[in-house]
Design a protein around this ligand. Structure first.
Ligand code: MLT
Length: 202
């Protein structure tokens, strides 16, 4: 997959897996990674799917309606890509924390839904429930930060609450941060993610 790897100053810090929103690229979330954990190595990936020229991590049939078959396939593809990247760049595969926005947060959530050991934890900005009716793996002790907007029409508050409940039901330690805005990733939620990361992961 097209990606950027940046070696961090601290080899023991979690590797941040950056996953952009629809129409984004692997460059978008680099400043966010710098805020969340400046010493970390960064693996920033571009989604393999194109929707009218806009990169995404999996196909959708309409806004908010996911192509579940493609989601499952792309989740596995991304997971395998991280395995390969860990071998190539020499980082600890068990110490990867995803940082995703929107479509990128949705595939990060899908990784947690599918594979217990795919991520050490996750920072999800404006995620949705990636897939329903699926039994989740045991996620005890997995730290997950969710940032959501009370006026987010793409990821409405009830969807945030449903996602948090599903993750908590599987044992994850979920922290939800609310902004009084819409779908945008705000500066204050980025600050909240950074302080959650400092207090919870390191
Ligand atoms: C998705 O398709 O993943 C969500 O609707 C969020 C987005 O617009 O990317």
């Amino acid at each position: 997959m097209k990606h950027i790897f940046v070696q961090g100053a601290d080899n023991s810090a979690p590797v941040l897996l950056l996953l952009h929103g629809t129409g984004g690229t692997e460059n978008d979330l680099l400043p966010l990674a710098e805020m969340i954990s400046p010493e970390s190595s960064v693996l920033s990936v571009r989604g393999n799917v194109l929707e009218n020229g806009m990169p995404r991590f999996f196909r959708r049939l309409a806004e908010g309606v996911f192509d579940i078959e493609d989601l499952v396939f792309r989740t596995q593809e991304l997971n395998e890509f991280i395995d390969q990247a860990a071998a190539e760049y020499g980082f600890d595969r068990n110490n990867v924390v995803a940082v995703g926005y929107s479509n990128g947060a949705n595939i990060a959530a899908s990784m947690l839904f599918h594979e217990r050991d795919s991520l050490r934890g996750a920072v999800l900005h404006h995620p949705m429930v990636p897939i329903r009716g699926k039994e989740l793996p045991d996620l005890h002790g997995k730290p997950v930060f969710i940032a959501a907007g009370t006026n987010d029409r793409i990821c409405p508050p009830h969807e945030t609450e449903e996602l948090a409940a599903l993750l908590e039901g599987a044992g994850a330690e979920v922290s939800v941060h609310w902004e009084q805005f819409g779908h945008q990733l705000t500066g204050s939620e980025a600050q909240a993610a950074a302080s959650w990361f400092r207090n919870t992961i390191q």
